[in-house]
Design a protein around this ligand. Structure first.
Ligand code: NAP
Length: 293
């Protein structure tokens, strides 16, 4: 019988834990942790993501600011804003919502973020620290995947984990984290040049789907009893919904779920944990900034 890795419920629990900690700190007279999100331009999906991050930050008692910058801002001006945030001791962490307009070099901008305030874990310094197993800010989505597996007590040591996708923000860090001491998976990372993909995925005790293709993973690609983590998020037009769309993942849940021992639903699986991880990283940055612990 399949069991749900319920990200929505777990996220509520983690947010509660963070909110309690914030209450205790502010009761002692300390300021609340401060997270800033920078959004450049009017991209609809980015606006939604930033609004969700802002709402969650406020829910746990953080100070949350959103800097809205025009789409035609120069790279130089954006770098000045980053420099300002790097040097403002009352800002604990900040994120630059991606994608940025085409005339701006994303890598320049990301690497201008102080590694100590890089709560998205995207700078080269934090990626390097993560790969070396040093203390680092880890990207929120793979961190959310790890939190789900850990908090639900999923046995990972010695298991074969197949990660579908090798992006810098999901697949590659997920593969790195799950192969580390503590998780101890044997990891295979697949991508668009992988041959006989279904043969690979059928070997997975734990399958992490981060391929960015709606319902790509079908039942014949999954081993009986596998743990399936679906990272995918796709908006599909649906006139029966008030919003006009529904959310589906990279896994065809209608046929895959009955084969799984554990599975993340979409929505309500990895998504809520992604935001939680950002809050956890911000809490960590706040403590570091204020010499707590
Ligand atoms: P991405 O940058 O598009 O990367 C997709 C990866 O899948 C690439 O490595 C690509 O291989 C591989 N791929 C594509 N088609 C393939 C195929 N036919 N066979 C094998 N591999 C294939 O996507 P991403 O940013 O990692 O995101 C993945 C999914 O997660 C998306 O649905 C995204 O919306 C979702 N997401 C969710 C959250 C969340 O909070 N839940 C956060 C971020 C992303 P190549 O490298 O060879 O091109």
């Amino acid at each position: 019988m399949v069991q749900l890795l319920d990200g929505k419920a777990l996220a509520l629990q983690i947010k509660d834990e963070i909110a309690n900690e914030v209450r205790q700190l502010t009761a002692k007279g300390m300021r609340a942790p401060h997270l800033v999100a920078v959004i450049v331009g009017e991209d609809g999906a980015s606006q939604t993501y930033v609004a969700n991050k802002e709402r969650s930050s406020k829910e746990v008692g953080f100070t949350s600011s959103v800097y809205r910058l025009p789409a035609n801002i120069t790279e130089e001006k954006l770098l000045e804003t980053i420099n300002f945030m790097n040097n403002d001791s009352e800002i604990d962490g900040f994120i630059i919502q991606l994608p940025l307009p085409k005339h701006i070099n994303e890598q320049h901008v990301i690497n201008a973020i102080s590694p100590e305030k890089d709560v998205d874990g995207f700078t080269a310094i934090n990626v390097g620290r993560m790969v070396l197993g040093e203390d680092a800010y880890v990207p929120a989505t793979p961190m959310g995947v790890c939190t789900l597996l850990k908090r639900y007590g999923i046995e990972t040591a010695g298991k074969h984990c197949v990660v579908l996708g090798r992006s810098n923000i999901v697949g590659t860090p997920a593969a790195n984290l799950l192969s580390r001491k503590g998780f101890d998976c044997t990891v295979t990372m697949c991508h668009s040049k992988t041959q006989n993909l279904a043969d690979m995925t059928r070997q997975a005790d734990i399958l992490v789907a981060a391929i960015g293709k709606p319902e790509f993973v079908t039942a014949e690609m999954v081993k009986e009893g596998a743990v399936v983590v679906d990272v995918g998020i796709h908006r599909i037009p649906d006139e029966t919904k008030k919003s006009g769309y529904r959310i589906i993942g990279d896994v065809k849940h209608s046929e895959v779920d009955e084969k799984c021992s554990w599975v993340t639903p979409v929505p309500g699986g990895v998504g809520p944990l992604t935001i939680c991880s950002l809050l956890e990283n911000t809490m960590k940055a706040y403590k570091r900034n204020n010499n707590i612990e």
